[in-house]
Design a protein around this ligand. Structure first.
Ligand SMILES: [Zn+2]
Ligand SMILES: [Zn+2]
Length: 209
């Protein structure tokens, strides 16, 4: 199970990057070295990722089909095809180009807002949170029953997004923003959407013909 997780998507590359960042201070690089200050930035980076998770899942992954075929291909790879075939591991994880762009953009933003010295710790926190996100998403889609009540809850939570309605339950690692935005209805009050497996129906399919 853990081996399949490492083999797919960018998970292996992400772990290598985290290891490099953790060893970097020992070799004289900035940040993580001063333990408590480093911890503060790491936690902040993780919180920022988990807070942004809702926004890019709801507004970017579920954006209406783009007018051009190349942009639509990206949308399909990033999320539409995952709804069509939720069990395919090659479509489940974030592609490496998306991960690289996300980390680079986060690093640039952190550099501007917090200054160079905190960037390594913040990116480390973002990377850990992405790994947690990918793992939670992976567990939701494989035939494995988590041992904890929270694990079972969050797995069921994501499966509602796939099998009841794609317009609700956007959070994967946490439901906080679904609470805030009102996209966490009582499951029994929601009619099954005809588009859970085929986001935007023919609007998305036709454009690739
Ligand atoms: Zn999913
Ligand atoms: Zn979705």
């Amino acid at each position: 199970m853990a081996l399949a997780f490492l083999r797919h998507g960018s998970n292996g590359a992400l772990i290598a990057l985290l290891a490099a960042l953790a060893f970097w201070p020992m070799l004289g690089g900035p940040a993580l070295g001063m333990f408590w200050i480093g911890m503060f930035w790491i936690v902040l980076g993780a919180v920022l990722f988990h807070a942004s998770e809702y926004v890019w899942r709801r507004f970017a992954f579920h954006a209406p089909p783009a007018p051009g075929p190349s942009a639509l291909r990206l949308q399909r790879r990033l999320h539409f095809d995952h709804h069509a075939e939720p069990n395919r591991l090659d479509l489940l994880f974030l592609p490496i180009w998306f991960l690289a762009a996300l980390l680079a953009a986060s690093a640039a933003l952190f550099w501007l807002v917090f200054g160079a010295y905190a960037v390594a710790s913040l990116v480390f926190g973002v990377g850990l949170a992405i790994l947690h996100y990918e793992w939670t998403h992976y567990v939701a889609h494989i035939p494995y029953q988590p041992h904890t009540a929270w694990g079972r809850y969050i797995k069921r939570y994501h499966l509602r997004h796939h099998f009841i309605s794609e317009k609700s339950w956007f959070g994967v690692s946490n439901p906080t923003f679904d609470y805030l935005y009102g996209t966490r209805p009582a499951p029994k009050t929601v009619a099954k959407s005809p588009f859970v497996r085929n986001l935007f129906g023919d609007r998305a399919a036709d454009r690739l013909q």
